[in-house]
Design a protein around this ligand. Structure first.
Ligand SMILES: [Zn+2]
Length: 333
């Protein structure tokens, strides 16, 4: 089949029927331009929230924006060399110049309570300029921070609780009770750790976030339901009080898994590798194996705070590890 020249094609089409008369009439006059319309680049993304139903609850994942971790380095996962980490990322078609971890904060509307799980980094830019978007994304999702009744914290690391307080010392969620493990509050606000070279800064920040809120903190207990349909489950290791939350409505359950695993390939397919930022790496591995075994065998979906947006999926058993299966996004509720 002969290739039709584009100009030739346009001219022939224009010269048929009524168009021929029009073009004949325009002979000598300038033809209208056939170039495409110009539009400025939008240079902006859609607001980052994703809504789904859980029985009678309405769930919304809201992003605080990604954390830029930088290129692979040795021993982020203990014993894994830089080259080995680069190979895993390459094999999974993931960038090797800058590893990004998302921050997927879950909001559950039970019908009479509005519960936010973790708050993001606030204004702290310790992991790049793209974080700190939780409040604006909440508003874009139609959720006013003053309407949040409860903030449940998986743990007291910066990327999970540093937006409780605004920079001017006021509360970002002025009407919220705060639910967290006692062990994490005590560890991360301990004055004696302020001089620690590794975690001193985290402790200083956590004290600023949590101590002014001390009178509104309620401790969660392993296995206990602390709000209707929301049960705490201790999953220690990443921090001493790291807690995941099982959320159930009308026999539908999702697990808010916090930092049980940070990377959807590295920490899932080889779950026994300790992560450098765990307080107790061995205990974190045990918690990860226990939770993932349970989620896999019961086919329970989960939200992972740091997995690719919006971080909802399943784990299935795969060899002596697991595989992550992201849930298809539903564009109509
Ligand atoms: Zn985290």
């Amino acid at each position: 089949m002969p290739v039709l020249d584009q100009t030739d094609f346009s001219r022939r089409r224009l010269m048929t029927g009524a168009a021929a008369a029009t073009v004949a009439g325009l002979a000598g006059a300038a033809l209208p331009s056939l170039t495409l319309a110009k539009a400025p680049m939008a240079n902006t993304q859609a607001p980052s929230f994703y809504r789904f139903k859980l029985g009678g609850f309405e769930a919304t994942v809201v992003s605080d924006g990604p954390l830029q971790i930088g290129p692979p380095s040795a021993d982020v996962y203990i014993g894994l060399s830089k080259d080995e980490m680069t190979k895993v990322l390459t094999d999974n078609f993931l960038p090797t110049d800058n590893v990004a971890l998302e921050q997927n904060a879950l909001v559950i509307n039970t019908g009479d309570r509005l519960v936010l799980f973790d708050t993001g980094l606030g204004s702290l830019k310790m992991m790049g300029q793209d974080s700190g978007r939780l409040i604006s994304n909440l508003k874009a999702a139609g959720i006013e921070p003053k309407d949040i009744d409860a903030v449940a914290l998986t743990h007291a690391h910066p990327d999970h609780c540093f937006a409780l307080m605004a920079d001017d010392g006021t509360r970002n969620f002025p009407n919220a009770q705060i639910y967290m493990a006692q062990a994490d509050l005590e560890f991360w606000t301990d004055e004696g750790k302020l001089s620690n070279k590794v975690i001193g800064q985290f402790v200083a920040g956590a004290r600023k976030q949590l101590l002014p809120d001390r009178d509104r903190i309620v401790f969660v207990r392993d296995g206990r339901e602390f709000l209707p349909g929301i049960q705490a489950m201790a999953a220690p290791g990443h921090t001493v009080g790291h807690t995941v939350f099982m959320i159930t409505s009308q026999s539908k359950t999702i697990c808010n898994a916090g930092d049980t695993a940070h990377h959807h390939v590295l920490a899932v397919e080889t779950p026994r590798r300790e992560f450098a930022y765990d307080t107790d790496g061995k205990q974190a591995v045990a918690s990860r194996l226990r939770l993932f075994d349970m989620l896999a065998s019961s086919r329970t979906p989960f939200v992972a705070y740091h997995f690719p947006w919006p971080g909802i999926g399943h784990v299935g058993k795969h060899g002596d590890g697991f595989r992550y299966f992201p849930a298809p996004m539903r564009l109509v509720l």
